[in-house]
Write a protein that binds this ligand. Structure first.
Ligand code: CA
Ligand code: CA
Length: 556
């Protein structure tokens, strides 16, 4: 058994396609998935499908793809930021700056630095990073590691307002890209490992005034409050550190919540609403409409923060509006997104913590392994703390009907321990010994998953290290993604055959996007090793240098 040690202490041109009249407006955000000239939202559309109909670059010519430019982010941390492309400007973030860049030449237009208190760096659980900005009515919105939300003038980078969401010294942090929907800026919070209480905030885009807060653990007296013993909800986790999705027709925002705190589930007996759930709520008010809990009582840090994709598809012959999620707990879920009803839930990786998900009740049937863990046993549990898939988003291709995700084949040893709360420190209650890599198998795959069965039509094994990068699907029949060792790649969506790769100089954990300008298709990606994978302290990382950069590729 090769045990990998987790470093716990480290705790890582106004000429583009959108018509000027629609610039940055609510209508433009709603249309984003169908306007390939720009990338206005995290997820390349409110549906979070990360699909573009662009097909100039295809399986026949992608082998000729070349870099057009590279831009140094001047930042040695992990880079998980998704670029925004709007009216001839590309916007990208790091933990310490926001930048506007000419997307055709890579030249910097402006750079706006962020000042952070020094003690914030020992707090951020799982990487010093930022996942991107949101754009709306001439302003750019982003969050900071010290739990503030800021608005910048998109033209100049000048800061327009700044609002504090939480006290970072309690272990709260902010890393996710904001979501703007129905005229409200929404942000989540990180810190589920620190005995914090999660929430989602709504902000006035013009002034930064807080409009509402939706707490993600239910207090005594509230609906769901009886699923927590005593006041355990107050340190109960349910962080919200990624970005939600939005269905404008239903006017519902979908946002995923993370682990229960502490990890030791026996210290908070009950379902613990709303940990490890998806919440559907009204963007104007934060009013909760429905919820679905993937992992009641969350025995294993199975964050459900990556909300998944909104897809309209046939299920059992009926057209349904679904939400699909590749949950960290190893099951691939399909829900009716109008009401939260479970339609399918099947394993997409090796799972031994639960035997199955009961479709009628929507609840997992916990396995003998989990029963023994709950009784104090020491067990090897699949999947690991990293999940069947970690934070990195998947993508959807409507032509193949498959979800493309970088999945993990990793377990972890699990044994409960005592938990003691100390402000600003990890609050786990588990004998944490990192993760366990199988000896004779790949540790990760690019998987093409059938959402209704969880089975992969094909898998491309990652040699050496698994990938923690996002995926992008295109009308050209391609999947773009990146390797932990720095190769940016295009893969045939139909059969998983690698078609092209380019070494970008550091590890890739970013999110590829594609866009067009004057009839030419471009593909962009942030590069820079780090994030939760780097925290593993895996010796395999040693051969991949740090260094953040942003790349754009096109056909010659
Ligand atoms: Ca668009
Ligand atoms: Ca967690």
């Amino acid at each position: 058994m090769q045990m990998t040690r987790w470093l716990a202490a480290a705790a890582a041109l106004a000429t583009l396609a959108a018509p000027a009249a629609m610039a940055q407006s609510a209508a433009a955000l709603t249309a984003d998935a169908t306007t390939p000239g720009d990338v206005l939202t995290y997820g390349m559309g409110y549906n979070n499908q990360r699909y573009s109909p662009l097909k100039q670059i295809d399986a026949g010519n992608v082998g000729k793809l070349v870099p057009k430019w590279s831009y140094s982010l001047n930042n040695p941390q992990g880079q998980e930021s998704q670029p925004i492309v709007h009216e001839g400007v590309m916007y990208v973030t790091t933990h310490s700056a926001t930048m506007a860049i000419d997307p055709l030449t890579g030249r910097q237009i402006w750079k706006s630095e962020i000042e952070l208190p020094q003690d914030v760096f020992k707090m951020a659980c799982c990487g010093i990073l930022n996942r991107g900005a949101a754009i709306y009515e001439g302003k750019l919105y982003r969050v900071t590691l010290d739990a503030q939300v800021i608005a910048l003038d998109a033209k100049t980078g000048k800061q327009l307002w700044k609002s504090k969401a939480a006290d970072y010294q309690n272990g709260h942090a902010m890393t996710g890209a904001p979501l703007v929907a129905n005229g409200v800026v929404m942000t989540g919070i990180a810190g589920g490992e620190y005995g914090t209480r999660g929430f989602i905030d709504g902000w006035d885009p013009a002034t930064g005034k807080q409009l509402w807060r939706l707490y993600t653990t239910a207090a005594p007296g509230e609906k769901g409050g009886d699923t927590w013993p005593g006041d355990t909800h107050s340190k109960g986790g349910a962080p919200t550190w990624l970005t939600g999705a939005y269905d404008p027709e239903l006017d519902l925002v979908y946002w995923g919540t993370g682990n229960g705190g502490p990890w030791n589930a026996e210290l908070r007996k009950g379902d613990n609403l709303y940990i490890c759930s998806v919440l559907a709520f009204r963007p104007k008010t934060g009013q909760l409409v429905w919820h679905y809990q993937f992992s009641p009582n969350d025995p294993y840090d199975y964050d459900a923060t990556e909300v998944g994709m909104l897809v309209d598809m046939n299920v059992a012959g009926q057209p349904r509006k679904v939400l699909m999620q590749a949950n960290r707990n190893g099951f691939f879920y399909v829900l009716d997104r109008a009401n939260g009803k479970l339609l399918a839930a099947n394993p997409y990786v090796k799972v031994n913590w639960a035997d199955r998900i009961d479709l009628a009740s929507g609840r997992p049937v916990e396995s003998e392994v989990t029963k023994r863990v709950r009784a104090g046993g020491d067990e090897m549990v699949w999947p690991s703390v990293l999940g069947g898939k970690n934070w990195q988003p998947m993508s959807w291709n409507p032509a193949t009907g498959l979800a493309y995700a970088n999945t993990l084949n990793i377990s972890w040893p699990y044994k409960l321990a005592k938990a003691e709360y100390k402000k600003g420190e990890w609050y786990l209650g588990v004998d944490f010994r990192g993760v366990d890599m199988p000896k004779d198998q790949p540790h990760g795959y690019l998987s093409a998953i059938d959402p209704l069965t969880g089975k992969s039509k094909w898998q491309m094994a990652w040699p050496g290290q698994p990938s923690m990068a996002g995926t992008l699907s295109t009308g050209g029949g391609l999947v773009f993604t990146g390797a932990a060792t720095g190769e940016f790649m295009a893969v045939d969506a139909g059969n998983g055959k690698p078609l092209w790769q380019f070494q970008t100089g550091s590890g890739i954990i970013g999110l590829p996007v594609t866009w067009e300008h004057q009839g030419k298709q471009y593909v962009s990606i942030t590069v820079g090793a780090g994030g939760v994978w780097a925290l593993l302290g895996d010796e395999r990382m040693a051969a991949t240098p740090a260094g953040g950069s942003l790349w754009t590729f096109a056909l010659p």
